[in-house]
Design a protein around this ligand. Structure first.
Ligand SMILES: [Zn+2]
Length: 263
């Protein structure tokens, strides 16, 4: 039997548990004889992860939910395999995540990034039950509140359990955020609102979907919010900008004519 290396009471993170990087963060939340997994990662590690869970003396029949934080392939590719190994577990995710996976959308899920010659398998995945803002997942006596935190993508979910927030791809320990990309449904004003919500929430720890766990830091969140607020008016993420920078100045100059002394 493997010792359970809990990062917090009732919470095991499978990369920390394995003491090596397996992929995205995979959180096991357990109480009494029930447990759930928040994300599963890529298909080629799904079996290994479930084997470690079995070796930690969890009953595989006790898995209640297989949760998708959003539809990105690095988070959910292993869901089909996980569901085969844990048939009684219910796959849950945001309605938009359910739709993308039902349609096998290879672009929005990042299975296909043709400009980078990335083309990876997206198995058929059924989200059996949709969850959204305000829903509550119960594991034993624990209650986990479902948040919808759009920005990285509309289907991004986060999960609050007391002082812990399973924060998805909203923010990482270095203050960076999940990829901003119009083809992914990223939305800068929504992202800012989601980060403000996290900043103001009564949570102490952020358990992100990539990289190390970290303590919530208001100043760091504010810096990130300020940066994304600026992006809204910058060409850097032009397809997500809310207005086009330099437009007024340019129009003004077009009327007046170009003057090298003023430029
Ligand atoms: Zn991600």
């Amino acid at each position: 039997m493997l010792p359970r290396r809990e990062v917090f009471p009732h919470v095991i993170e499978m990369n920390y548990q394995a003491r090596q990087r397996l992929g995205c963060s995979v959180y096991l939340v357990h109480d009494a004889n029930e447990w759930m997994l928040i994300d599963i990662g890529f298909e080629d590690t799904a079996e290994e992860i479930i084997d470690i869970i079995r070796q930690m003396d969890f009953s595989l029949a006790g898995c209640k939910y297989l949760v998708a934080t959003h539809a990105d392939v690095d988070h959910i590719q292993g869901l089909k395999r996980a569901k085969e190994l844990l048939p009684q577990a219910v796959t849950v995710g945001h309605p938009e995540c359910q739709r993308l996976l039902a349609e096998g959308d290879r672009i929005v899920t990042y299975a296909e990034i043709s400009a980078q010659k990335i083309s990876i398998n997206l198995p058929p995945i059924t989200i059996e039950q949709t969850i959204n803002e305000g829903d509550v997942l119960k594991i034993g006596t624990l209650t986990v509140d479902v948040w919808n935190t759009p920005g990285h993508t509309p289907s991004q979910l986060a999960f609050q359990m007391g002082k812990l927030l399973f924060s998805g791809d909203n923010i990482y320990r270095d203050g960076c955020v999940g990829n901003i990309d119009a083809h992914h449904g990223s939305d800068l004003p929504a992202f800012v609102a989601s980060l403000e919500r996290i900043r103001d929430a009564d949570v102490e720890w952020l358990l992100p979907s990539h990289g190390p766990i970290f303590r919530k830091n208001r100043d760091q969140l504010q810096k990130t919010i300020d940066r994304l607020t600026e992006y809204q008016h910058m060409a850097d993420f032009g397809t997500c900008a809310v207005d086009w920078p330099l437009l007024e100045q340019w129009e003004d100059e077009l009327v007046k004519g170009f003057d090298p002394d003023q430029a």
